[in-house]
Design a protein around this ligand. Structure first.
Ligand code: PMV
Length: 320
C-alpha cells in the first residue's frame, strides 16, 4: 500500500489571494522554506467499498474534510474511480495553527498517484497538490521553493519549483501560541480580503517586488535584507487582511510580544526575523547556530505554549 511523507513549509513571501477559486489559482507567486522536523504521513489503499474513508491521527475525519479529500481524489483518477481507505498522521497537531494543509495535500498527492498508477512529473504533482491547498504546491519540493505562474495554451497555470543558488541556510523556531478564538480559514480569509480590502492591489504589487529581492538576498546570504523583506511581507499580508471589512485579526496578545522579542534579539546581535501565517503563531527564521538561543528566548514569552525548531526539509516522497 503506497505511503507518502511530506513536510509543511513556511512562506517568506506569502500567498494571500486567489485569481481563480475554482482552479485554486493564486493571484501572485510566493516563496517558502520546507521544514524538516514536521511531517505528515499518508497511506492510500484502493478498496472495494462504497465511499472513501479517512482517518487523521487515528480518528475518523469530519465529513467536511472527507468530502474535500474525495474531490481531490476525483482530480487524480476521475469520479468513477475505485474508492480509497486513507490514513494520515502528523507529528504536529492539526489544531496548532500550523499550515498542516500544505504537508497533508502534498503527501496525499504523492500517495494517491502511486495508488491509482498515475505517473506525474514533479511540476504536474505540484499543480495537483495546489488544487488541494495553495501552499501544498510548495511542499512537493525541499529547501527554498518558489511558486511560478505561467500562461500556457490551456490558460494560466501555477506550480512550484526549487530555488537554486541560495547560499544561506535558515532554520526556524516556531512559537505556538494558545488561541482564544477559532481561526478564519485561509480560503475564507483570502476571499474576504480580496473582495473588501482597499489594500489588496497594493499587496499584490508588493509581493512581486519582495520575490525578486528575496531571491537576490538568498543568493547573497544577506540576512539584513532578508529580515526586512520577511517581516515587512508578513506584516503587509496582515495589514491587507486587517483592512478588510470587517477586518480579520489573526494576532493574539502573545503574537505582538513575540514580534517585539524577536526585534530585541536582532538588536542584541542575533540574526532572527519573524513571519506569521493566518494564525497567531510566530515563526522566527534564524541562522542554524543561533536557532536554539532564539527558541529558548521565545519560550519565555508570556502566552507561548511550545516552541519547535526545524532545519530545511526535503520534498514530498514515497516511504512505503
Ligand atoms: O495553502 P493555503 O490555502 O492554506 O494558504 C496558505 C496561506 C498562508 O499560510 C497564510 C501563506 C502561505 O503562503 O503559506
Amino acid at each position: 500500500m503506497p505511503e507518502a511523507l511530506a513536510h509543511p513549509n513556511i512562506a517568506l513571501v506569502k500567498y494571500w489571494g486567489k485569481s481563480d477559486p475554482e482552479k485554486n489559482l493564486p493571484a501572485a507567486e510566493s516563496l517558502s522554506l520546507t521544514l524538516a522536523s514536521l511531517f505528515t504521513r499518508t497511506s492510500v489503499e484502493l478498496r472495494d467499498q462504497p465511499t472513501d474513508s479517512l482517518s487523521i491521527d487515528g480518528r475518523e475525519a469530519t465529513e467536511k474534510v472527507r468530502a474535500r479529500v474525495c474531490r481531490f481524489l476525483d482530480l487524480v483518477a476521475g469520479p468513477s474511480r475505485t474508492r480509497a481507505a486513507m490514513h494520515s498522521t502528523t507529528n504536529f497537531r492539526m489544531s496548532s495553527g500550523l499550515a498542516s494543509s500544505a504537508s497533508a495535500f502534498a503527501a496525499l498527492a504523492v500517495a494517491a498517484c502511486a495508488a491509482y498508477g498515475k505517473s506525474l512529473s514533479l511540476r504536474e504533482l505540484s499543480i495537483l497538490a495546489r488544487r488541494g491547498s495553495g501552499s501544498a504546491a510548495r511542499s512537493i519540493f525541499g529547501e527554498f521553493v518558489r511558486v511560478r505562474i505561467e500562461q500556457t495554451d490551456q490558460g494560466t497555470e501555477a506550480f512550484a519549483e526549487p530555488i537554486t543558488g541560495a547560499t544561506i541556510e535558515l532554520h526556524a523556531a516556531i512559537a505556538l501560541v494558545g488561541a482564544s478564538e477559532k481561526e478564519i480559514g485561509s480560503t475564507e480569509g483570502m476571499e474576504h480580503t480580496r473582495a473588501t480590502s482597499p489594500y489588496h492591489e497594493a499587496w499584490l504589487r508588493l509581493v512581486a517586488r519582495d520575490l525578486a529581492r528575496t531571491e537576490v538576498a538568498l543568493r547573497q546570504a544577506d540576512f539584513a535584507t532578508l529580515s526586512e523583506i520577511i517581516e515587512g511581507n508578513a506584516l503587509a499580508m496582515h495589514a491587507d487582511a486587517m483592512a478588510a471589512r470587517p477586518g480579520i485579526i489573526y494576532f493574539e496578545p502573545a503574537t505582538l510580544l513575540l514580534i517585539r522579542r524577536i526585534r530585541e534579539l536582532r538588536a542584541s546581535g542575533l540574526d532572527a526575523a519573524f513571519t506569521i501565517d493566518a494564525g497567531p503563531n510566530v515563526v522566527a527564521l534564524a541562522r542554524p547556530d543561533q536557532v536554539a538561543s532564539v527558541a529558548n528566548a521565545l519560550a519565555e514569552v508570556p502566552g507561548v505554549v511550545r516552541v519547535l525548531t526545524s532545519g530545511p526539509g526535503k520534498g514530498a516522497r514515497l516511504v512505503g
